[in-house]
Design a protein around this ligand. Sequence first.
Ligand code: NAI
Ligand code: MG
Length: 357
Amino acid sequence: KTLKIGLIPGDGIGHEVIPAGRKILESLPAEDGLKFEFVHADAGFDHFKQTGVALPQETIDLLKRECQGALFGAVSSPTTKVAGYSSPIVALRKQLKLYANVRPIKSVLPSDKLTDMVIVRENTEDLYVKEEKTYEVDGERVAEAIKRISESATKNIANMAFRIALQRYNSRLADPESTHLKGKSIVTVTHKSNVLSQTDGLFREVVRSEFDRQSSDFHSKVELKEQIVDSMVYKMFRNSSEFDVVVAPNLYGDILSDGAAALVGSLGVVHSANVGDSFVVGEPTHGSAPDIAGQGKANPVATIRSAALMLEFLGYPKPAARIYKAVNEGLLAGVVTPDLGGNYSTTDVVNDIVSRL
Ligand code: NAI
Ligand code: MG
């Protein structure tokens, strides 16, 4: 089977880590039966500076028409508003209806906190609808933003979290040694409905009622818990090993998932996927890292794991597992970039993983 994958390096170290992801996919052994065709697509701040467009229509059309999935590197975003520029990844999520952002965080190194969790973040609404305004009242400026939660988007994200929980239950039955988690999968819905009783209240209510609608077989395998988001942060850092699948509205999910990266050493190892019903985009969690760009120091692991996660969502768990295993072996052997205390280059790490594959 040949998969056509769009490659969108973006800016900065995106140009170093995306070729790394490509190389790993190309190096999968023939027995996996997968072949790849790669197509380059533009997006990002550099592209905006050259052309005035951050996410060209050709990129969207190419992905939609020709590709099964894509890998997105990172884009630089100016901290002050630049006329005409808005983040291409946010636009891409919207255009391709990638309603879920899935971010697994699993400890590998002895220095990591014992963790095996997946944060499933709603990717289309909440405060990120970006409907903001500023006005004047009694001589001072007041700014406001809309926080939108809909039943349909919440149902989608709840069911994504439930599917992942069920799949994790089955895979740990098959391989109990692969994780410290035991027994039923636990989905934790996080919110602040004690204060925001309508918006977060709706999120909580819809996740609960979607859970109740599942079969008794499902209920024998997956349990639902809830945790207010502020104490969630506390618990996650105190005892991350308690958590399994966490489902969250967009903003809380964004904050929780970047925070959770601190449990496992470096932003350079944390991967994610933006998932919809018909498309998936693998994406490292980190940004374009201008401080190390062009120096061969970028950790390619986050992107390589993102490529594996993309394969999982495209229905190829076996080659994905093979990639995770090779990556973990390399980490444990100490073949790591400077962000993890090593002195190997991006290319060294890629070649090491290729040889383990
Ligand atoms: P960043 O993630 O780019 O870098 C934070 C720190 O982590 C830096 O010291 C960097 O060198 C290090 N780092 C990140 N990824 C690494 C890797 N793979 N290997 C080794 N070290 C790594 O975040 P920062 O500095 O806040 O943002 C830089 C630019 O990236 C900004 O323009 C920002 O807007 C953009 N950004 C883009 C994201 C995206 O495209 N999804 C996400 C976050 C930031
Ligand atoms: Mg973030």
